[in-house]
Design a binder for this molecule. Structure first.
Ligand SMILES: [Fe+2]
Length: 176
């Protein structure tokens, strides 16, 4: 019976790993598309058209990734990974700070864009978009290399289970 339960937990654990890798892959794969979108936003009209997609990507992919890791995954890794190896988890968490700051600055610049967007503001928005991508993409690549091996090496059945449960709570609480 116990073996059956553990087997099930392992199966679910694979889902967590796959989900994590898929989230990072989303960010990495969207880079070309978004870079193109940002690159083609050469005037106010094209910038306005592109902003919605870029904003959705920042909210749904980048910030959701950060929230999930900071609220659920990193605390679980800090509990499970031994002292000698845990420093990298703190380093990855620190990499989130400049990404969050740039996304917040992007949100502030693009909030309620009902009036004409000055050329200066257009440049600032495009610059922030480029900054977010240039930080979030290498960060996601790094995490995809570092986190799955740590999970595989140090997570016990109860760690998988806890992350799994918290993940479902997390997606249920997501604002509509
Ligand atoms: Fe991250």
């Amino acid at each position: 019976m116990q073996r059956g339960v553990l087997y099930l937990v392992r199966e679910e654990a694979m889902y967590i790993l796959e989900m994590l890798i898929a989230r990072h892959r989303d960010i990495i794969e969207q880079e070309t598309h978004l870079s193109h979108l940002i690159g083609s936003a050469k005037n106010e009209k094209s910038l306005r058209e592109g902003i919605g997609k870029i904003k959705a990507f920042f909210d749904e992919a980048v910030m959701e990734h950060i929230n999930f890791e900071e609220k659920i995954l990193f605390p679980a890794l800090k509990r499970a990974v031994p002292d000698g190896r845990v420093r990298i988890v703190y380093e990855l968490e620190t990499e989130h700070e400049p990404i969050k700051a740039k996304v917040m600055a992007f949100r502030a610049q693009t909030e309620g864009l009902y009036q004409a967007i000055s050329v200066e503001k257009q440049k600032a928005i495009i610059g922030l978009c480029k900054d977010v991508l240039s930080l979030a993409v290498p960060h996601s690549r790094r995490e995809n290399e570092i986190i799955p091996p740590l999970i595989k090496a140090f997570f016990k059945a109860e760690d998988y289970q806890r992350v799994e449960e918290q993940y479902y709570q997390f997606i249920r609480q997501k604002p509509a």
